[in-house]
Design a binder for this molecule. Sequence first.
Ligand code: PMP
Length: 381
Amino acid sequence: MIASIKDNLEDIKSKGLYRNLPPIAKSHTKYTIFNGEEKLNCASNDYLGLSHNDQVKEAAAEALRMYGNSSGSSRIVAGNYDLYDKLEYETAKFKNYESCLTVNTGYTANLLIISTLADSRSIVFTDKLNHASIYDGIKLCGAKMVRYKHNDMNHLETLLKKYDKYPNKILITDTIFSMDGDKARLKEIRKLKYKYNFLFVIDEAHATGIFGEGRGIAHEEGVEKDIDINMGTFSKALGGFGAYICADKNIIKYLINKGRSFIFTTSLPPSVIGGNVKSVEIVSKEHEKYGGRLLDNCRIFTNLLATLNIDHEKSNSQIFPFFFKDNNSALEVQKKLLDSGVYALLARRPSVTTPRLRISLRADFTNEDIVKIVKCLKKII
Ligand code: PMP
């Protein structure tokens, strides 16, 4: 066993897929500190910089002082303070849903939703580029997994027709795809929902706080009422941690009563909940200053790329992928960018099939920062 682990590690290295944990001493606002040097952070999902927001930090500290460092148990035992109810009430209101449940991570939330609502007699339709947690949720419950080609509605409909007889059908899609930065076709999927009758689940991890006045893509496209379960994370644009699941009250009650990844785990620390409450308040009241500002930055970045003739894949969001033919050339460019002061994420297998550098923009980047990033890309790519 130990010998084969060693061989496997050598195999991973030979394919240019080996990962070291990056030597980041700390990060502050838009910078991350590598070996003592500040780099513009284009790799994190803290898109709005809220993880360093003074009000968020103070709310987290206040919750820590009031409730202690740990919730001490799962929600259904003793780890359910009024603060948790407040977060769920505010999040449901913000997302325009009847009810909400807070879960420990986005990863767990997808596991919880799928493995509680589906079983070996169910079928789950999933976009090929959906997040890994969605795949893992399907595997966990033993449902039949049917993957449709990315954003390909004809392919999806062919599959829906083929499996129309299944009694329990679920369709789940990211709304902003995390490694490609493009949007799901929610309106078209909605039409198919009423034709083929499935439970419609979306993952707004990379959209909440930014699109649809911060409420997400479902809100932007006016399809909230057609979406049965709307999940997302507090760990990305909201600068906190954990996830929410919004749905009608019976679905939420069912998850509380039957969801193993909710029942058998300690709830989030109170400080995290306190910070999340403040972040939800900020994004709902100050969209222009945060999500709006980020979308402006995306427009500036896109225009500059076009002006300088930099070849890039079309993105509809704050996530911009730059593709490479192999892992080593992507790794080399990542190093050069880092030496020039820009930290971009290198995505490889198993996260994606085509290696890429993923640049994510932030609301706290200035025009000068964006010009710097684009100039570095022009010089290096
Ligand atoms: N869904 C999507 C689309 C994601 O990109 C991620 C995180 N990369 C998750 C879920 C998991 O969220 P978390 O990091 O809170 O576990």
